[in-house]
Write a protein that binds this ligand. Structure first.
Ligand code: PLP
Length: 387
């Protein structure tokens, strides 16, 4: 069959590692997982209770495409009280995960040849989704020295007349970097100046390990016309498998995104939406449950890493990952894919190569597994490398 050019996206580099891991498990081998971006936690009981209570006597007809009003109202209230977003219920729809918002926003806004600024290190899916619609990802590199953050001037330098959008991921997967208020404003100002839409991916906003509050792009009301905010229950409420996300945006673009989801997914499963109602009715309790578990796991990873490899990791401010140089493990070249494949192949330890995030020479270690499993995986790696 002839495949359409834009459908030829790269398979995720994580797929190779996960395929190897699955094969090993099938052969009865233990795999030590530091690769997954999924808080390995039992679902909070309030989520299950709500899903069961509200759906036991419900006819499971199609959902309304934009999401049940109860959930949209809770999502808006959560954003407004937690992040001073100033949104109205008409500014939100429920989607099948945050990922669908990124997909649909790109479909709605990009024409072939349009450029999209993607600060690196970036989440693996951003460039590939942009390419699906003929868009051209333009990477803005950041460095350890800049705290893995970009500035408004970086945007000004990289923007061209073809630039249509920036995907601004705060807090960032894979670095855990979180932007301060003045830094967010700087990015928004530069984007507006250049006429660039800000796709603000904020799906880790509630998984915060620092004292300073999280600043959402949406708290800058004067920029609302230019921002599509991506939110999700996946990470913030430990609900990855439920597939519930939200788009927040001006009504015009939101209607287009909703029409796209009407034609693509027909909306989000009702049982998932009622589960999300349980999460948002108890937002601080449920996100606190996830955040506290991940905080302990972060400590376990950082302490064990220092003990075994002798290198200090700067604790990330958010999310569930650290990005570390492969030189920490004695690698003599910069090839993160080779290194990740080698330790998977020979030590059964799964990590994601930095190349997947535009960060060659690094690997991403996730601390979403239990403390016991994190320590076990790092010990396994240290033993293998010491041979
Ligand atoms: N954005 C970022 C930065 C992510 O890391 C992920 C998932 O890993 C997503 C979006 C997608 O999340 P969801 O499960 O809501 O589709």
């Amino acid at each position: 069959m002839k495949i359409a050019p834009f459908a030829k996206v790269e398979p995720s580099l994580t797929v190779t590692i996960n395929t190897l891991a699955a094969e090993k498990r099938l052969r009865g081998q233990e795999v030590y997982n530091l690769s997954v971006g999924d808080p390995m936690l039992l679902c909070h009981p309030k989520i299950m209770e709500s899903a069961i209570k509200h759906t036991a006597n419900l006819k499971m007809n199609y959902p309304v495409v934009e999401g049940i009003p109860e959930l949209r109202k809770l999502a808006v209230d959560w954003m407004n009280t937690t992040y001073q977003s100033g949104y109205d219920i008409q500014n939100t729809i429920v989607t099948c995960g945050g990922k669908f918002v990124i997909y649909a926003a790109c479909q709605a806004l990009l024409e072939a040849g349009d450029e999209v600024l993607v600060p690196s290190p970036y989440w693996v899916s951003f460039p590939e989704i942009v390419k699906l619609f003929g868009g051209v990802p333009k990477v803005i590199p950041s460095t350890v020295a800049s705290g893995w953050k970009i500035t408004g001037d970086d945007i000004r330098r990289h923007a061209t007349p073809k630039t249509r959008m920036i995907i601004f991921n705060n807090a960032c997967n894979p670095t855990g970097a979180v932007y301060d208020r003045d830094e967010v404003e700087d990015v928004l100002r530069a984007a507006k100046e250049k006429g660039i839409v800000v796709l603000a991916d904020e799906v880790y906003s509630a998984i915060l390990y620092r004292d300073k509050p999280y600043v959402s792009c949406s708290s800058f009301h004067e920029h609302h016309d230019n921002i599509i905010t991506v939110q999700s229950c996946s990470k913030n409420f430990g609900m990855t498998g439920w597939r519930v996300g939200f788009a927040f945006a001006p009504t015009g673009i939101l209607k287009i995104i909703n029409n796209l989801q009407g034609q693509c997914t027909t909306g989000t499963s009702l049982i998932s939406q009622w589960g999300a109602v349980g999460a948002l009715e108890n937002a601080s309790e449920v996100s606190g449950y996830v955040r506290n578990a991940l905080f302990k796991r972060r400590q376990a990873l950082i302490e064990t890493y220092k003990e075994l490899f002798g290198h200090a990791i700067t604790p990330p401010d958010s999310a569930m990952y650290v990005l570390v140089p492969i030189s920490d493990f004695g690698a003599t070249d910069n090839d993160s894919v080779k290194f990740a494949n080698m330790i998977m192949d020979r030590a059964n330890v799964a990590v994601v190569p930095g190349a997947a995030f535009g960060a060659e020479g690094f690997v991403r270690l996730s601390f979403s597994e239990t403390e016991e499993n994190i320590v076990k995986a790092l010990r396994k790696l240290a033993t293998f490398l010491s041979k």
